[in-house]
Ligand binder design. Structure first.
Ligand SMILES: Cc1cc2nc3c(=O)[nH]c(=O)nc-3n(C[C@H](O)[C@H](O)[C@H](O)COP(=O)(O)OP(=O)(O)OC[C@H]3O[C@@H](n4cnc5c(N)ncnc54)[C@H](O)[C@@H]3O)c2cc1C
Length: 417
């Protein structure tokens, strides 16, 4: 059987998974606009001892079957992340400490300025939230949004701003105004899919040993051709195949293509998209945010430096963007002094500038009732010449990207067996 020439546009986990599978039967060329492969598998090399992930960092072997299989095939190992999550608020002193994300919170003493009633409501509302999530999951269609459920069930504002928004914001990388429009069913689907609703919710989570660039490098080494720093301007059907036009003007002919860029970029580069493809891609928007890799321990507010807390999440009481800090050095199990490295979202302005090592911009899909109803359809709109992949086709996590790559390879005729 002759090997086809297949192009993959976008070298994130979605495109790389498709490329890995397709390479078995075809010659795969990956086009990547950035100077490095990986997309949101983004490792910062600070020193020989310190390789730290600033975007994708944790996964679960149990709940990420495709990604776990990919690592296994590549011979790349992983290690426990030992996650402990705290919510701590600079403004009010509220703190929730414990591994059971949506269970009954372990509340410390009532902070000054918080009434006894508000404080009691947090426990009650946490206990009520689980059943509300379960109800939403059995709703028809997209079901109610988070805001609608908070209003209908009379959840307290304190619970929303000091517990729910920070918790969801740190998981989905979204500010509270975006969480409000998120269907609760989407939240429930993801939490149950990744085992995040039960006790010991964080026990199975791991990091890639040596950080995520390890798997990216091994995978890239097995491909026919990799073209980094190559921005694709247009993908167009041509005869029985496709033509891929670089922004430099160079045009290449391929038999098949996987487009694994974010939805708006996929819509931009695909010439003459059919109306159903346009409708789905158009429904998916992204929210930008900023991440800083730094060593400014003051953001831990004195609560975590000596503890094993990995993730600190700040309350959303003032309506600002979600703010969180994870101890990147600790999660990667680096020794002294590298375990001091921290990664903060949307907090660059409050960091001591001399302690900031990198500032990075990312974007994450916004989930609305419309996009939730349409997102999965993009995978079904692939044909045997042009296939689509991207974490946006699922819940936006690394496993969703990986699964979309498996799906795209299958659409082009190669099953992952
Ligand atoms: C800060 C952050 C933390 C995260 N943490 C986790 C986590 O811990 N666990 C988890 O499971 N998920 C996490 N995620 C989510 C998950 O990692 C990503 O959503 C997923 O990796 C996205 O994969 P992708 O392949 O769909 O897109 P991307 O990784 O974004 O890849 C798309 C690629 O396409 C390239 N590209 C774009 N346009 C063009 C073009 N015209 N021509 C050529 N190339 C192009 C881009 O440069 C990019 O490399 C996190 C995301 C972020 C941003």
């Amino acid at each position: 059987m002759t090997r086809d020439n297949v192009a993959v546009i976008g070298g994130g986990v979605s495109g790389l998974t498709a490329a890995h599978i397709l390479q078995r039967r075809h010659d795969v060329t990956v086009f990547e606009a950035a100077p490095r492969l990986g997309g949101h598998a983004d490792t910062q090399l600070i020193s020989a001892e310190a390789a730290l992930d600033t975007a994708f960092v944790i996964f679960s072997e149990r709940f990420y079957p495709n990604f776990a299989r990919l690592l296994k095939e590549l011979g790349v190992t992983s290690q426990p992340a030992d996650l402990v999550v705290d919510i701590v608020c600079d403004d009010c002193g509220f703190a929730h400490i414990g591994a059971d994300l949506f269970g009954t919170p372990l509340l410390p003493q009532r902070p000054n300025g918080v009434s006894r009633e508000e404080w009691d409501n947090v426990s009650t509302d946490c206990a009520r939230f689980g059943p509300a999530l379960s109800d939403a999951m059995s709703a028809a269609g997209s079901g109610p949004t988070v805001r609608q459920v908070l209003d209908q069930h009379g959840f307290s504002r304190f619970f929303a701003t000091h517990y729910l928004y920070p918790m969801i914001g740190s998981l989905y990388l979204q500010p509270s105004r975006r969480i409000d429009e998120m269907p609760l069913k989407f939240l429930g689907d993801t939490l149950s899919r990744y085992g995040l609703m039960g006790a010991d919710a964080l026990a199975t989570w791991r990091t890639v040993t040596g950080a995520s660039h390890t798997y990216v490098r091994v995978l890239a080494g097995r491909l026919f051709r990799v073209r980094t720093s190559t921005h694709v301007h247009e993908v167009r059907r041509s005869g029985a195949g496709v033509s891929v036009k670089e922004s430099s003007g160079a045009v290449h002919d391929f038999d098949k293509v996987v487009i694994a860029t974010h939805a708006p970029e996929t819509l931009r580069i695909l010439a003459d998209p059919p109306p159903d493809v346009r409708e789905v891609l158009h429904s998916i928007r992204y929210a930008p945010f900023e991440t800083a890799l730094h060593t400014d321990q003051s953001v831990l507010n004195g609560t975590g430096e000596a503890s094993n807390t990995v993730l600190h999440v700040t309350c959303a009481a003032n309506g600002a963007d979600f703010r969180s800090t994870y101890r990147a050095g600790l999660v990667h199990k680096l020794g002294e002094p590298e375990h001091q490295y921290l990664c903060s979202q949307n907090m660059t302005a409050q960091l001591a500038p001399e302690k900031v090592l990198r500032v990075l911009s990312y974007e994450h899909p916004v989930v609305t009732p419309e996009s939730f109803a349409l997102q999965q359809r993009i995978l079904e709109l692939s044909d045997d010449v042009i296939a689509f992949a991207g974490a946006y086709a699922g819940n936006g996590f690394h496993e969703a990207g990986c699964a979309s790559g498996v799906h795209a390879a299958k659409a082009l005729g190669v099953t992952w067996e």
